[in-house]
Design a protein around this ligand. Structure first.
Ligand code: TYD
Length: 209
């Protein structure tokens, strides 16, 4: 479907924990603003008061995989309705740190939730809405674990073992295969500057800005 020029673009950032997307999100925001775009910077789970409360539960409380899935999609529904859709309608660019691809990767690949359940929730919650562009920072699970160890105290997901993150990475790769026009794999190995060059190239290649 052609993009309505009055609407903003919806960009998401994905990757296993430790892949390094956070610093590139900051640089992307500056890159977009320098080009005169009004940007909403947000994240998932989260982005609204209610969704941030759900995030705190999902990241800290023990729960089974389906409960976790329902909570991240409940958070997503609130976030879409109250933040993302109004911002896009007002012509703002939305930059979101993770979105539904993370549910397919973490709840699907990592926790083993059936992809058919995820696809049904995606259809109900998003009513066809998808990001216009997804940058997937891809890094081997062992390298990401090394980076995480140097960086911060782990949350519930970050405490998972290497095999969990290997499955998450594989699920991202599968998802990327099914949406090649939207999801772009970025090699997240290398220096921050090298990866940022790749991000910039990818952003410029869209021809949107
Ligand atoms: P993350 O985005 O890495 O934030 P921070 O940099 O503050 O750690 O953390 C969010 C976690 O939530 C991450 O481990 C992946 C997980 N997550 C899911 O499991 N499912 C989802 O649908 C989303 C959006 C995130």
């Amino acid at each position: 479907m052609a993009h309505d020029p009055r609407r903003g673009r919806f960009i998401t950032f994905e990757g296993i924990d430790g892949a390094g997307k956070s610093s590139h999100i900051e640089q992307t925001l500056a890159w977009l603003r320098k080009r005169g775009h009004e940007v909403l910077h947000t994240r998932e789970p989260g982005g609204t008061e209610l969704a941030e409360r759900l995030r705190a539960l999902v990241l800290a409380e023990p729960m089974d995989a389906l409960t976790e899935t329902l909570l991240v999609f409940a958070a997503r529904r609130d976030h879409l309705e109250r933040q993302i859709e109004p911002a896009l309608a007002a012509g703002r660019t939305v930059v979101c740190d993770r979105f539904t691809d993370a549910s397919f990767a973490y709840q699907g690949g990592g926790r083993g939730v059936d992809a058919a359940i995820l696809a049904q929730l995606e259809a109900w919650v998003q009513q066809g809405r998808q990001p216009d562009l997804t940058l997937w920072f891809d890094l081997p699970a062992d390298e990401a674990a090394r980076r995480r160890a140097a960086a911060r105290a782990p949350d519930r997901f970050e405490r998972q073992d290497l095999s969990f993150f290997t499955r998450v990475r594989e699920a991202y790769a599968q998802r990327a295969q099914h949406a090649p026009g939207r999801i772009h794999r970025l090699d997240a190995l290398g220096s921050r500057e090298q990866v940022w060059q790749r991000v910039q190239q990818r952003l410029a290649a869209t021809g949107w800005w």
